[in-house]
Design a protein around this ligand. Sequence first.
Ligand code: SF4
Length: 379
Amino acid sequence: MQVLEQRLRSQDLARKIVEKIHKLAPLAAKRVGQTPIKIMDFCGTHEYTITHYGIRSLMPPEVELVAGPGCPVCITPAYYVDVAIKLSLEGIRVYTYGDAYKLPGSGRRGHDIRSLEEARAAGGDVVVVYSVLDAVRMARRDRKPSLFLAVGFETTAPATASPVVAGMVPENLKILNVHRLTPPIMRYTFATHRDNPIRGVIAPGHVSTIVGAKAWKFVVEEYGIPTVVAGFEPIDVLLAVLEILRQHIEGRPRLVNEYSRAVKWEGNKRAQKLIDECCEVVDAAWRGIGFVPKSGLAFRDKYRHVDAFHEYGIKELTPEEWKYDLPPGCRCAEVTLGIAKPTDCPLFMKVCTPGTPYGPCMVSSEGACAVWARFGGGG
Ligand code: SF4
């Protein structure tokens, strides 16, 4: 394993791949008829690898690496944060992942408390946990009426589903299920870029461990976009770019699983079954973007007893009621969809910094603005 890791960070190997990328890029751009060739990553950790290792600066002018919707916390609508803040101040204990602790709400629901962190400072009952199982354990022990804010993509949804299906959730704990699905937002993103199309996809590695490489077949079959499921080492990302260019030169888009050491074609069937047993797929809101068809999960009727919407009488968002929910001036929706770079936002590293995040993309370690703030993403 150590030998593999060394190889995946080998500077010699990286140099050779970069040389090949430079050699193939002009021909690939000519074949595609688009310069630069836009390649999008759909995972916050890929964006971290690209920025942390300066991969963007190694690309030839014919290749543009663009960050896509890879941060589940960034796209969680402000409404659910507002709901959690309100309940925490009313005596309901709110369990949250650390990433969502500082996530700003809308700040427009009758109080000026903008995050669960601020709610806690104001006397709200908020506890940061590493997993839903921590919340289950603590709720059992403390017997307080409580709520777990379940955010995340397909990667974390099985962890939420597992104690629900196993009947482990105590009666005093309810779950606010706001999980979101990645293939629908990928389709939405492609449509957003119609005039200047995405020509290559680096498919999300973590999500693919659950949904399987097969989940991205539609990208090739319906959109004709070369797609590579990639790991998170610099060599993984460079190989993905090289493969996409090769496919363009051959004129034969394919789905390639470069991350076969972790991702199977079929994915994790047990995890998929858990999600399916527990949840149904519903139309769902994305922060700053609005409703995306069939992009969210909701508990099936037989699990209503754990559903915070039902048990705490929380009204679910509807397309009619959803309001644009980014703070004034924040360009997170455009950043999320790869239409703008974090540095295009006038607030970047001025009003909005990792220490004082103003918009949601600066909060989570997977948010593009937070990644660019830490490592610089240009190049
Ligand atoms: Fe939003 Fe801050 Fe990013 Fe600007 S820098 S888009 S305000 S998160």
